[in-house]
Structure formats: C-alpha cells, structure tokens
Design a protein around this ligand. Structure first.
Ligand code: MV4
Length: 471
C-alpha cells in the first residue's frame, strides 16, 4: 500500500506529519523527543529482543522488523520500508550507526517517496569512500594529511615513504574507525604492513585498497559540527574535542569547546568545515573530523549523520541539532546566522557503556538490576535503560550518555564527577570507573590530551580504582 502524502511546503510552517525512526536505543529516543516537540507523530521499529525497549514505548506506533541480529532487523531495508509504507510516514530518520550512512538506503527511501532525514545521496557516497573524500577536500583547499594515492605496488608505497619520511600510517580506502590501519616505522617493515592492512580491509569492507600517510605524533581529534539547509546556507556550530577514544577508536569522552585551542586555529577550523560542506553541496547535519597538531590541522573524514556526541554542542550553543535536521529535511531555511552562534560555557560527555574496562572493554550484556541516574543542575542524561531492563548482546554497548554543562571547564569537570558518583547501574560492568580516573588525572584537568593519551596515561597505568561498580 502506498499512502498518499501531502505535498511539502517550502515556507517552513509545516513539518512532516509522521516520521519513522530507523534505529533503537538512546538515539531513537532522542529523535522521538524532537519529533514530539515539533508535533510530528512517530513510528518506532524494533527487533524481537527489543519489544520492551523504551523507544518502543515512547513512540506513537511500533513495528517489529525482524529477529535480534541487526542484519535481519535494524539493517533489514525491505522490512523497514514496508513498515514506513504501512504506517504512511512521510520521512525516515536513521539516527547514527545502522543505515545512517548507507547511500543505498537513502536512495531507496527517496524512490519510495520517503524523505531521508540526512544529506543528499551523493554526499553520503562521496564521504563514505575515504580516498575520494580526501581527494575532494584537497581539491577544495582543505588541508589533508600528506599521503599517497591508492598504492597497488610495494614500489609506489616505497616511493611515497622515501619522500615523506617514516613513520607512516597505512590506511584502508574503505576504512575509517581505524580498521585496516597499520603503522610502519621503517622501509623493511613496509611490505608486511601493506599485506596486513590490505588483508584486514578486504575482510572488513570487501575492498582491500590502501594508501599511505605521514604519521602524526600525538595529534588531537577535533571535529566541527555543521548545519546546511537545502538552499545552500551553511553554518558551523563550533568544535568538539574527541581525543579520548578506546583502543578500538570508539570515543569515550567528548567536550565542547576544545580546551587550549588557539583562537585563530578555531576560526580556521570553522571556516574549513563550512567550505568543505559547500564544496560537496551538503545539506542537513554533518561533522568534519580533523587531526590537529599545534597550529596545523588536517581533514580526516566527514560523518554524514548526527553523532553520538552531538549533545555537548547542543548544550553549549543552546541549539537543538535533531530538530534542525528535521526542519531542514522538511524544506525549512536555516534562520540562524553564523554571527549569532555563540558558545556559553563548557560541556563534557561521558559515554557509559556496558563494558568491562579491565578486560579490554569487553561488552557485558545481561539483565540490569536497579538503575539510578543522575540529574540536577547542569546534568543531561540521554539513555534508554531502566531498572530491570535487558541489555541484549547484539547491539552497541552504550547504555547512557551523561552530559555536564557549566560556565567553566573546571566546574563542568566537578559537576561530571558529582554525576558519576550519583549514578548507580547494577547488574553489568560499566565504563564509570575509567571516567572517574580520567576526570581526576591532572593532564586531563589541564586540557592536555591527545589521541594516544588514554592508552598512555590511563590504560597502561594499572587497574582502576572503584572498579566495584556494577555487577
Ligand atoms: C592518523 C593518526 C596519525 N597520523 N593518521 C585513527 C582512526 C582513523 N579515523 C584515523 N586515525 C588516526 N589517523 C595519521 N596520518 C592517528 C590516528 C589515531 C586516532 C585518531 C583519532 C582518534 C583517536 C586515534 C587513536 C589512535 C590513532
């Protein structure tokens, strides 16, 4: 059945009537909340193990799209499109993960008359290929890390490395997230590095192409939030420092603004992000990731979705990014001018995952006991868990995000320590102990972290105090 849909209006006083949220967990709830405040009805989807999930309860309607395994439910395009048609929604919000950066899914939505709440298909595909993304940015005068083209022979790799100097980093064209990445310190190890990286990339992405970059030593990961409407108006909403990541390259703690960032570097990052979005005819929300080395920065990749860490930007800039995603997709013009985008204070987000930090962040599924979340002044908690809920082993292990906001970074840190102390999640091990350690480490308090800081200053320094949390 193909439900009739109202024509969309461009004057912005009318949004979608009903939106399907193609996701689960806290982000599904985040989107449902935005929809409700905008007056849009919501349709949730769920897998067989998510019947009692909070996103299902909070939506106006909910439909089961398959068994527990993501490939058969949250990634099941046919079933998701069927649910959208059956319920007569006019738009689909993909959240993050799952189908959010799948250009094929965005295309299928469009061909079924469903507005995909995200960027154009062409922008998703361009940025999904790390080599083409880097090339486009380079052509648009955005600084990129010195690197080779795709290397198909050892000789090509050797030629680049001899010119750039060791150490180098081999990266997968289809990669991102660190998969298929190999550091090589000398020419003698280059062949083995190429074989390993290419093999890993082939296994992970069915695409073994790799390229080589000069290795940056102790850079910071700083990303810039952009918003673009469908009429070519682009703004940036400041930066986030996401240098604190697990060995698997998943972010653990993020903050806005980035501490100790020179004014001119901040301004140049913002301008580069806007230019990058313009050069790809971008629309909707997106994030430009950069590696920052003192006063130099380099484009790393662009995420064509709303990100997990978007709340730190929201609280510091007083802007609802998810509502803007929906408004932009509905054809509204961005009414905010760049000059009006001003940060107020500082925000830190801690990701509370069901993981055993002592056991290399091993995911910990199971039935939760009592769950007590924090709150009070300057604390926002985005979560889908509740006392007695099941944490299924099939999905991402993130249970909650605690966001602490205050006028100054030092106070935001104090506030986050208070929130972590109040939080009591029984039944599974969580990342709370590692956050407590991070927040009381002097170099963090001084704002002197970088991408290898967590490993060097926290994980290699022995067992965590307070590991008695949880189970
Ligand atoms: C790098 C780098 C140093 N030099 N590239 C890691 C995942 C992928 N997105 C890119 N990554 C890196 N690329 C060059 N040329 C260091 C990293 C890196 C990293 C980057 C961001 C956040 C955490 C990281 C942890 C280790 C290495």
């Amino acid at each position: 059945m193909l439900a009739s849909r109202r024509p969309r209006r461009s004057d912005g006083d009318e949004l979608f009537e009903k939106i399907l949220i193609a996701n689960r967990g806290e982000v599904a709830i985040r989107v449902i909340r935005a929809c409700r405040e905008l007056g849009c009805k919501t349709v949730a989807i769920f897998s067989e193990v998510d019947r009692d999930a909070l996103h299902v309860r909070l939506a106006d309607e909910a439909y089961c799209v398959g068994p527990a395994q993501s490939a058969r439910s949250y990634l099941n395009v046919a079933n998701i499109i069927s649910a959208a048609e059956l319920t007569g929604v006019d738009a689909v919000h993909p959240g993050y993960g799952f189908l959010a950066e799948n250009s094929g899914f965005a295309e299928i939505c469009a061909s079924h008359g469903l507005k995909f709440i995200g960027p154009p298909v062409a922008a998703i595909s361009l940025m999904g290929d790390k080599a083409s993304a880097k090339q486009r940015m380079s052509e648009s005068d955005i600084p990129v890390i010195p690197g080779s083209d795709v290397v198909t022979t050892l000789e090509q790799a050797k030629a680049f490395c001899a010119e750039a100097g060791y150490p180098v980093l081999i990266k997968a064209t289809a990669g991102g997230g660190g998969k298929g990445m190999r550091m090589v310190g000398r020419e003698a190890d280059l062949a083995a590095g190429l074989t390993a990286a290419s093999g890993e990339a082939q296994a992970a992405f069915a695409d073994g192409r790799v390229y080589v970059e000069k290795l940056l030593v102790k850079p910071r990961h700083i990303e810039v939030q952009v918003l673009a409407d469908e009429f070519g108006h682009v703004i940036h909403v400041g930066e986030r420092d996401c240098s604190i990541q697990k060995p698997s390259h998943q972010k653990l703690l993020e903050e806005a603004p980035a501490p100790n960032l020179a004014h001119d570097v901040r301004a140049r990052l913002g301008a580069a992000a806007v230019q990058a979005a313009r050069s790809t005819d971008y629309s909707n929300a997106g994030t430009l990731e950069f590696l920052v080395d003192d006063d130099k920065f380099y484009f790393m990749e662009m995420n064509t979705r709303i990100q997990v860490e978007h709340p730190v930007t929201e609280v510091v800039y007083g802007i609802d990014l998810v509502k803007w995603q929906i408004r932009i997709a509905a054809g509204e013009r961005l009414s905010v001018r760049q000059e009006a985008i001003r940060p107020l204070g500082h925000a830190i987000e801690c990701r509370i995952n069901a993981e055993d930090v002592e056991n290399r962040f091993m995911p910990a599924a199971g039935k939760l006991g009592d769950v007590i979340m924090s709150g009070g002044p300057g604390i926002r908690v985005d979560t889908h868990i509740y006392s007695g809920a099941e944490v299924p082993p099939y999905y991402d292990s993130m249970l909650a995000k605690i966001i602490a906001h205050d006028h100054h970074r030092d106070n935001a840190i104090v506030r986050m320590r208070r929130a972590l102390a109040e939080t009591d999640i029984r039944g599974v091990a969580t990342t709370i102990p590692v956050h407590e350690r991070i927040l009381s480490t002097p170099s963090f308090v001084q704002g002197r972290t970088h991408v290898t800081w967590l490993r060097e200053e926290i994980l290699q320094k022995g067992p965590l105090a307070g590991a008695a949390h949880g189970a």
